[in-house]
Design a protein around this ligand. Structure first.
Ligand code: ZN
Length: 146
């Protein structure tokens, strides 16, 4: 029987090989980009927010399997969700990656496939790969709120 680590590896590979919400969006969608020079990862997030709902999100960029699968999972997790819930998920994910954030995470939003990335925390150099798309999303949400 495959163990949990095998299952997690499969989920990560599935998102890497079949990335969700891949592409770009034209303005008025907002755009933000993030780089992880340590690994060479690049992420572009295109976002449409309407009535405080993440109406659409597209991801472009390239990089390692952790950065790209994390971006794919992130896009699937926040699409169609209220902005508040997306922000709660960013905070929760960063907690999971042991990045200090104020306060206790709001655990009401399920992590789903994102749990597959919790093993990354054992490899500090890869944490930046996993968190890159979340920081880029956070920036895009800030731009959309302006
Ligand atoms: Zn990377």
């Amino acid at each position: 029987m495959p163990g949990l680590e095998d299952l997690y590896r499969e989920i990560i590979l599935d998102h890497y090989k079949n990335p969700r919400n891949r592409g770009t969006l034209e303005p008025p969608a907002v755009r933000s980009e993030g780089h992880n020079p340590l690994c060479g990862d690049e992420i572009e997030v295109f976002l449409i927010v309407n009535n405080d709902i993440v109406e659409d999100i597209k991801i472009a960029g390239q990089g390692c399997s952790i950065s790209q699968s994390s971006a794919s999972m992130m896009s699937a997790a926040v699409k169609g969700k209220p902005v508040e819930q997306a922000r709660a998920l960013i905070s929760r994910f960063k907690h999971m990656m042991s990045i200090d954030e104020e306060g206790e995470p709001d655990t009401s939003t399920p992590l789903g496939d994102l749990e597959a990335l919790q093993g990354v925390v054992k490899f500090p150099v890869r944490i930046k790969c996993a968190v890159l798309s979340w920081n880029t999303l956070s920036e895009a949400l800030d731009i959309a709120a302006e």
